[in-house]
Design a protein around this ligand. Sequence first.
Ligand code: GDP
Ligand code: ZN
Length: 301
Amino acid sequence: MTNNTANSGSGEPVSGLVIVNYGKNQLVETAAGDIIRCVARRGLPQIVCGDEVDWLRTGDNSGVIETLKPRRSVLYRASGNNDQRPLVANIDQLVIEAALEPALDYFLIDKYCIAAELAQTEPLLVINKADLLEDNDRERIGVLISEYRQIGYRTLLTSALENTGIEAFSACLTGKTSILVGQSGVGKSSLIKRLLPNQDIVTGRLSAASGLGKHTTTSTTLYHLPQGGRLIDSPGVRDFHLATVPGEALGNGFREFRPYLGQCRFNNCRHRSEPGCAIHAAVAAGHILERRMNSYHRLMS
Ligand code: GDP
Ligand code: ZN
């Protein structure tokens, strides 16, 4: 084989799944479970973890990504100048983790719920550190859980420390591609360890395949769950910021607002203090929580 053929690849492109994104390089998993270190052909959009691609072999364990297959969903991160950068693709479920420690941040939870809705992925709210709950906390958490359930979101209570609620959590992840987000310190790494007892073995294999030395946990990585399903761990996504969304689209991100959108007296109602506002009427009637309307206004400004 000449150098030329080696560089431009040989054979037909075959499909694969991007399981790690190092920026310049991607690790692509083949249907047989082999891991190939790839570079993307010039001119392709930015490739991210979770992408399905066609790649061409250029060496024993190396290849070139030739085409990017259509994405079912994309999670974007707002960058400095407020344009959007894709972070991960083909996610079915955004797992929003929260805990009493660090303090519950309702606005952050809402932001993640909206991001999930706008990315067309299903949110799942997981309250971790159940073992820390005192009686009065239980009441607060109970209210929080029932409020989100009323909106239509699934919620779970877990303790990574005491290994409780993990089976129910695992069951929610089966057969789907999920990503875990939430404030630092709520227990994301601890929960991932419970879900992926063999994480160290997998990262060892990824290090070997990358040829880059130790696989750093700062790279967005897709793991296969033992019970079937995929979990993407992405430090970059963990505390990502929602890109600015126009008011109209934002309203749609609040699931319980939807029946009332378009019912306001004014077409361009910002649902602040305009007369004939259907959202305000729904708040007054107890169909929408005031807290959620406040989150909407904070995201608008
Ligand atoms: P991350 O920053 O979200 O990845 O959080 P970590 O998994 O690193 O956990 C942060 C801290 O919370 C660590 O000290 C963990 O031991 C602790 N932690 C994690 N899960 C639980 C839990 O269920 N209960 C309690 N009490 N502590 C936990
Ligand atoms: Zn209105």
